[in-house]
Design a protein around this ligand. Structure first.
Ligand code: EPU
Length: 341
């Protein structure tokens, strides 16, 4: 079924609660609706596809068509002794899927508990938290290809997954694929991943082998709640910036300039990853308020719109100031994680 709205208010369709509109909003419940919808959009009209809008900043009204999948359904499509494949519709809420898998004692997605967003968008963004990324469990992405006009199944190895990145975000294939469902490989065999310090400290070492996925899910949600704004009460788009990766020489220079304080960092193949939260915190932004926007007082990586009154330009001004101050102090370029539309 396809539902169409004209001159549509998007404020409830983006978790940042930006009061913007689009010319047309189209929501569909079946994959088979997609070819019809696409053929009904004139070639000169812009269109974008959104999920729950949890990682978006609409910088203005959108003069075109906004598409949204309401394709539901979670089912087991294949089963072996050690693992099974669960297929979820792109319009399912990611956290509903995770609760479903934990209810069935299946391991693999529990560390992503509490992440706002829907299944389709989480496969685009490769959401991640507490040592797990969506791509760790994804095996196949089912999509409609707008170039060849056919439904295809994309094996994980062709999805080019990286840190908050995938083929679905690359400039030459962005907007090419409309995801209708995602297959995840999950396991009934106990596999808690609790090496992330905040999680590790919550469990007694002796009981790790007895944990249920719901135990880890609860611990993840408790940790998230202690740092991140509650998505249903404080509008935001989660982490606003990506954690930057810097060269060894820049890292050493920062250590020297900061009087060798213990700079948190992780080694990656391409260099030293420093938490953007630390850099922003060090520049004194934590809890900073400016008009209708603020830097979250418990996690400075998050820009919030506490009273749902902020305009996109207020967010962008604050974003620019944070980027400039981090660059001035550390010589590090921050890049937004949040997609600007
Ligand atoms: N830190 C500070 N000050 C603070 C908070 C953090 O200096 O007020 C420093 C600390 O050194 C801390 C480090 O930043 O150890 C990392 O903080 P945290 O563990 O909270 O994680 P993060 O790197 O800031 C990432 C993801 C989050 C995800 C968490 C947990 C990105 C951009 N963000 O944040 O994802 O929940 O790890 O795994 O990678 C999101 O994508 O929307 C999101 C919330």
């Amino acid at each position: 079924m396809i539902t169409t709205f004209d001159n549509y208010d998007l404020s409830k369709r983006n978790t940042f609660a930006m009061k913007v509109k689009c010319s047309v909003f189209m929501e569909y419940t079946e994959a088979n609706d997609i070819p019809f919808i696409l053929s009904s959009i004139r070639k000169d009209v812009k269109s974008i596809h959104i999920g729950a809008g949890s990682n978006l900043l609409f910088t203005n009204d959108f003069p075109g068509v906004v598409l949204h999948s309401a394709i539901k359904g979670i089912e087991i499509v294949d089963e072996t002794q050690n693992s099974l494949i669960v297929r979820a519709g792109s319009g399912e809420t990611m956290d509903d899927l995770i609760r479903w898998t934990c209810d069935r004692n299946l391991w693999g997605l529990e560390n992503l508990s509490g992440i706002p967003g829907e299944v389709g968008a989480s496969a685009v963004q490769n959401v991640g938290a507490y040592g797990t990324e969506a791509c760790d469990a994804i095996v196949t992405v089912h999509a409609f290809d707008r170039v060849t006009n056919e439904f295809i199944s994309i094996d994980r190895k062709y999805c080019a997954y990286g840190y908050r990145d995938s083929i679905f975000k690359k400039p030459d294939s962005k907007d090419r694929y409309i995801i209708n469902s995602v297959d995840y490989r999950l396991s009934p065999i106990s596999a808690p991943r609790i090496s992330y310090p905040a999680l590790r400290d919550m469990f007694d070492k002796n009981i790790i082998s007895e944990l249920h996925p719901h135990d880890v899910r609860k611990a993840v949600i408790t940790t998230r709640d202690s740092k991140l704004p509650a998505p249903d009460r404080v509008p935001s788009a989660g982490s606003f910036f990506k954690n930057p990766i810097v060269s060894q020489s820049l890292f050493e220079k920062i250590c020297e300039n900061e009087n060798d304080v213990n700079i948190p960092h992780y080694m990656t193949e391409s260099g030293y990853k420093i938490p953007a939260a630390w850099l922003i915190d060090r520049c004194g932004w934590k809890g900073h308020k400016e008009g209708n926007v603020a830097v979250w007082h418990l996690q400075p990586l998050v820009i919030v719109n506490p009273e749902s009154k902020a305009s996109p330009s207020e967010v962008i001004n604050l974003e620019k100031k944070i980027i400039e101050s981090v660059y001035e102090r550390f010589g590090v370029n921050l890049h937004p994680e949040v997609e600007h539309i």
